[in-house]
Design a protein around this ligand. Structure first.
Ligand code: SAM
Length: 252
């Protein structure tokens, strides 16, 4: 999967994209991440990428031209008057262009699973007060928020999105089944985990974990998962896929 990231601060990504799972996924060819500095696509000696807002008000707005230029040059196409969305996909590589914005649909594991099916994504990081609205109208195909709060730029939200997607690419994690058991993958929070020692400072692990009884262990895990979701995120249960046994357990 390829990610093209458009940002004014490519240097912010260095550590996060080099270490651990993302670093390994890149080394092994599961993921390709290309950082594009929007400033490189700005015209003039000073390569200005922002300007004051029409109508006044504080803050600066990212200009549309460097962003349109960047997309056109990276993809080798011309964006028609009607906008990027009107381009026929036939014969043109037309990856989704996602704007990270607090005004977008709120990111979730279900959205991550859908996006991870794409061979290529372009991710646009806003800064300052945001971007000129015409970028949103005529270039962007999707708007994603990482939550109902405001960060100073789209770089950290982009890291969140890329990290979430990369671990879903087949072959990236050692244990392929791990992501299907993760919290939010099946509508529930995951059950608790323990490792050695079995007794830590007088706090023993649940006995079932030492029993070697796999069927009972699976039931225990499912019930822990249900109990935890009920206690912490009861809102999730309404949408979860629950069996009769799950309902009976929850009612108890
Ligand atoms: N004035 C904008 C508003 O109220 O919608 C917020 C601008 S914010 C200071 C600057 C940039 O940070 C945004 O353009 C966006 O790219 C990014 N950003 C901030 N919060 C975000 C969030 N919750 N999710 C995704 N991106 C976010």
């Amino acid at each position: 999967m390829r990610f093209d990231i458009l940002t004014l601060f490519p240097e912010m990504f260095a550590g996060v994209f080099e270490a651990s799972i993302i670093g390994r996924a890149r080394e092994r060819g599961h993921a390709e991440i290309v950082l594009h500095n929007i400033r490189d696509y700005a015209a003039g000696k000073h390569r200005v990428t922002d300007d004051t807002p029409f109508g006044g008000g504080g803050g600066m707005i990212m200009k549309p031209d460097p962003i349109f230029n960047a997309v056109e040059q990276i993809l080798g196409l011309e964006i028609p008057f009607e906008g990027y969305g009107s381009l026929a996909p036939v014969g043109v590589e037309k990856p989704p262009i996602i704007l990270l914005t607090p005004q977008g649909r709120v990111f979730s594991q279900a959205m991550a699973r859908e996006l991870a099916l794409q061979p290529r994504l372009m991710l646009l990081c806003g800064r300052y007060e945001g971007i000129d609205e015409r970028v949103r109208q005529y270039l962007v195909t999707d708007e994603i928020s990482i939550g109902d709060y405001v960060l100073s730029g789209g770089e950290i939200p982009t890291m969140v999105l890329v990290d979430t997607l990369i671990r879903l690419i087949p072959g990236v994690l050692g244990d392929e089944a791990a992501t299907s058991k993760d919290s939010h993958s099946n509508g529930l929070l995951e059950y608790p985990h323990y490792t050695r020692p079995a007794d830590y400072r007088g706090h023993p692990i649940p006995e079932i974990l030492l029993s070697g009884h796999h069927a009972k262990l699976e039931i225990w895990r499912r019930q822990e998962s249900l109990a935890r979701t009920l206690a912490r995120r009861p809102d999730l249960l309404a949408k979860a896929d629950l069996s009769q046994a799950d309902h009976a357990f929850l009612e108890n």
